[in-house]
Design a protein around this ligand. Structure first.
Ligand code: TNX
Length: 530
């Protein structure tokens, strides 16, 4: 039977025999590493570090040179993990977790069951350094626990960056001390109106995370080798911010957005606005130790500036050719500011529309052309290609899929995707890695989010860690084993055979809209129906 390792390791030599790991075990190795192993595995296994217990786990740090690499051996003497660094250790623990019985991925140990491990030798290292999972908590606020569950599956699958999209037109989830109305006003909307329905649902929606909640989340992620990169999306996608502080925009005061799409209301980029944004950045830096501060930059229509005398005057006073250059000017201010704080600015690929921006890291998302163009510009980049890595698109063409934003990306599409396919050979060096996107216009609950995330996340992990081109049948065999782990944790993934009856859209509120059936359901090149 397949050991069900996802992603697959570079070298796997199965042995014959099994080793029963004692629950109270002596661990040889340095104390912080042993503590980390126990911290990660204890909840589902009951594992305890007990010096008087049998010596069955050995941790050997620093033997390997390749960053993030490890070897794992299970034999009659127990478990030996050797690793290059912290990243190698957490990945070794992730593999060990997959070798243990599936129930150990649960929230509590299974009473009376044994921690049986197969004899094996594994040598492993990542293909890409950046293996990201993005999640949009702005369109729908995700309860804190759902983020912990996401971190757990990320660690299980050796993903190491959580890109937390904290703000958008429909909600603002990050408190800023000097801007209290961001939590009072911008953090919730009166109701929600999906693209395809004529009426809004009449139900308020909102929420925000406190700084302490976020700090604890970041700490939990760090133990698992995961960096939490915060995003505040500017200067477009700011209807929530402007509902709270209209003085940073122009025109009528409008409420937090209840519908979706690319909205025309954007920041008015005065000096006061820039100062306000710097205060936001300061607090992001305080709460998130991540090297990367993501300031969005996507989908910022210039209509409002083009129609505004004040914007024209601003552009002129800054020596810019036209109001169309205001966004670039703003991005450069932010790049300087973030850099001056010792951090790195990240943004969506629109920030390169006016040319390269040395020092910034860019998520290439719009499609293969933007991937190629971003690479040609020489900025360090993350492949977020919406044609292959958007987990908000449908998972099959079947009518019973619950309502999603449109298009189609199956786990097989993700698995077959070669992230470097559109990157010129001489630019492969600028690609830091690859990332799956969970935009949340259409998933308002953790259950639905998990349905959209899994099993595509596992396929993402495979291409990010091992490489593309795995045989889908062979991968499916591993995936079945992996999904049993998610079962143990009660994660509501989409089964390989299709949605359970209770996961289907039916004819009610989550019904797949008519415009997404038939032809519209199967052509991934189709424009989003809005
Ligand atoms: C485009 S990707 C967006 C998001 C939407 C997403 C829906 C990007 C940087 N912007 O605002 O949620 O499409 O798929």
């Amino acid at each position: 039977m397949s050991l069900g390792l996802v992603p697959s390791p570079r070298l796997l030599q199965p042995g014959s025999g099994t080793f029963d790991l004692p629950v109270a075990v002596a661990i040889d190795g340095n104390a912080p590493d042993a503590e980390r192993l126990v911290a990660i595995l204890a909840p589902g296994t009951g594992l305890r570090w007990d010096e008087s217990g049998p010596s069955a786990v050995r941790l050997v740090r620093g033997e390997l040179a390749e960053p993030g690499s490890y070897t794992l051996v299970v034999d009659e003497s127990g478990v030996t993990l050797s690793y290059s660094d912290d990243a190698g250790l957490v990945s070794a623990i992730a593999t060990l977790r997959q070798l243990l019985p599936a129930w150990t991925f649960g929230a509590a140990p299974l009473p009376g069951a044994t921690l049986t491990l197969p004899y094996v030798r594994i040598e492993d290292a990542p293909r890409f350094a950046w293996r990201g999972q993005h999640v949009d908590v702005a369109r729908h606020f995700l309860p804190l626990d759902a983020l912990y569950r996401l971190l757990d599956t990320m660690h299980l699958h050796k993903l190491n960056v959580l890109h937390l999209h904290l703000t958008d037109d429909q909600g603002w989830r990050f408190p800023v001390t000097s801007l209290p109305r961001l939590t009072e006003v911008a953090s919730w909307r009166t109701e929600t109106k999906p693209y395809f329905l004529d009426t809004a649902d009449g139900t308020p929606h909102g929420g925000y995370y406190t700084h302490d909640q976020l700090r604890a989340l970041v700490g939990y992620a760090a133990v698992r080798g995961i960096d939490v990169m915060p995003e505040v999306d500017l200067p477009g996608h700011v209807r929530a911010l402007l509902a709270a502080y209209p003085e940073y925009g122009e025109g009528e005061v409008e409420p937090v957005a209840t519908g979706y799409g690319v909205l025309t209301k954007v920041l008015h980029l005065t000096d006061e606005t820039v100062e306000m944004v710097k205060r936001i950045v300061d607090e992001l830096i305080e709460v998130f130790p991540s090297q990367y501060i993501h300031l969005g930059g996507d989908e910022c229509p210039k209509d409002q500036w083009r129609a505004s005398q004040a914007a024209a005057a601003l552009a002129e006073s800054r020596g810019l050719g036209s109001v169309d250059d205001l966004q670039r000017w703003f991005t450069e201010q932010m790049l300087d500011y973030v850099t001056s704080k010792g951090r790195t600015l990240a943004g969506w690929d629109e920030i390169l529309d006016e040319g390269p921006l040395p020092g910034a890291v860019v998520n290439a998302w719009r499609g293969p052309e933007e991937v190629a163009r971003t690479a040609a510009q020489g900025n360090d980049m993350i492949i977020s290609n919406s044609r292959r890595l958007y987990f908000d698109y449908y998972q099959s063409a079947a009518d019973e899929e619950p309502m999603a934003i449109g298009r189609l990306i199956t786990w097989q599409d993700v698995l077959a995707y070669e992230p470097l396919a559109d990157v010129p050979e001489d630019r492969h060096n600028v690609v830091r890695g690859v990332q799956g996107q969970l935009w949340a216009e259409y998933f308002g609950t953790p259950t639905l989010l998990e349905y959209m995330a899994h099993p595509r996340q596992a396929a993402l992990a495979e291409i990010a860690w091992s490489g593309s081109g795995a045989d889908p049948d062979e991968f499916a065999a591993r995936l079945e084993v992996d999904l049993a782990r998610l079962d143990a944790r009660g994660i509501s993934y989409r089964p390989l055979s299709g949605p359970h009856p209770w996961q289907q859209g039916g004819t009610g509120r989550l019904a797949r809209p008519v415009v997404h059936r038939g032809e519209g359901a199967i052509n991934p090149e189709d424009k989003l129906q809005q």
